[in-house]
Design a protein around this ligand. Sequence first.
Ligand code: ARG
Length: 584
Amino acid sequence: MKTLIQILTDKASVAFTECGYSGELGTVSVSDRPDLCQFQCNGAFSGAKLYHKAPRMIADDVVKRLSDDPTFSKAEVVGAGFINLNISDEFLLEHINEMLEDADLGIPQAQKAETIVLDYGGPNIAKPLHVGHLRSAVIGESVKRIAQAVGHRTISDIHLGDWGLQIGLVIAELSERYPDWDCFKDGFNPDSFDDIPLTPEQLYEVYPFASAKSKTDETFKQKARQITADLQKGDKVYNALRNEIVKVTTPDVRSNYQNLNVSLDLWLGESDSAGYIPTLIEKLNEKGMLYESDGALVANVSQSDDKVEIPPIIIVKSDGSYIYATTDLATLIQRQEDFDPDEVWYVVDARQSLHFTQVFRCAKKAEIVGDDTKLVHIGYGTMNGSDGKPYKTRDGGVMRLSDFYNTVYNAALERISNSKFSRDEEKEDIARKITVAAIKFGDLINYCMKDYVFDIDKFLAPDGKTGSFLLYTVARVNSLFYKTEFDYSFDSKEIYTDVERELLIKIALSPEAYLLAFREKAPSVICENAYQLASQFSKFYHDNHILTEENPDKRKAWLNVCFALKSVLEKQLDVLGIESVDLM
Ligand code: ARG
């Protein structure tokens, strides 16, 4: 379905053409003087230059045509040639009715559905998730849903960090602590691997310990390096052990993501790219891209117009092990083979931008992906504490993601403990939804690249630009529907008040936000739009007393407005990865 702006632009373009002018002059936009009109078209000014005519004359011609169209309740020329437009109430109501009946709620669908692979989450196995892992998951989940909302096919992959030095360190440490484990004995058959007798918590203690040890104990460090290199060369025992470590820790990772309403299609890791590394090396050699530098194999990815130096990308280290870039390139080969994507989006900390510049250039140069495949790094800033530094625990340590979640959850539970609307048994579920809404909206309302300060009181506030405010808005509508036994049909014939009309126009314009959000890969656009809708609804709700209204037509019309609002708002919440509530 076309958006309201597209429909109005089409109509204005036809009018321009019928008057003998270029249809391209007919662009209609939301009025920047809402006190004067709802929409405007300034095409007469560009037309004046093209046709050497006064803009006012062109605008007069066009307006004569538009005035006959029942779509418009007003079409007039003001000033030197501005065209001011209002749409008729009948047209507005009919448009909203069509939106509500449309399976995509009026969100225009891409003409050609693209396949987009999204890489987000990216936790490193054997280390607990910490708050630094929050943004990739939250932003990734939302940009995925935005892409789906406009009609694209998505494949999301967590790309677990399960192959790097951290695994080597953990295995090295385990081998020193548990030399009697069968897997550390000579002649062990990796096919007969038993589960390792460790909990995630026990494993999480091993990594920081081993990492600290490697800083003071050179022999241990070398051992971990060797294990990492052997692991990557395909050592069966180490790989079986790595699998066990992944098996022990993945449920914890999953439950963290589940709490946050984040779901991924694929749980592949860096290690799954192993089988594609020989092909990678082959492709790079075919193009003559690989050369030796200090014992390592590297490829040049600089370009003559670089303003800053882009260093060569390391593919094989001098000890024969692979690095982050190697697995990213090999993974691209796998993605190309499995999905032939039109785009691949990486939602990763902005500080990794050099890495992605190198990887993308190398992938294009080596023709791992086609020329027209878009490789995009969606970088993001950090979530900070009130001191403006990356968010920490009270004693300055790294905060676990689960502890962070629980802190917000407990605060949310406390806030609703006295709510008369929710039954006791529902409170935990509501608190969970408020938590997700507070965390995600607080994050996504910011432009991704910006750092932001996490402020629990601000994020949980029931009013203002918060997730809670949006949930309250939906709950308010639901409560009205329970009280009035609303029949979920939109059959309005008339608009009764100005705030009501203003809200309906905002509702009718809401699909527009998805196009911009997709183009910019910016969930903040949806957040802002949802907030504007909810604020306008507050005004409408306070000004029009629905429950006490005696005129049954008016009352039904107002309930219909609530229904339309709830439908578009819930879709927006869903696209942000936020679950809606019934009552709260
Ligand atoms: N594990 C990486 C890290 O912690 C993030 C992975 C992001 N995805 C990727 N394909 N590089 O920094």
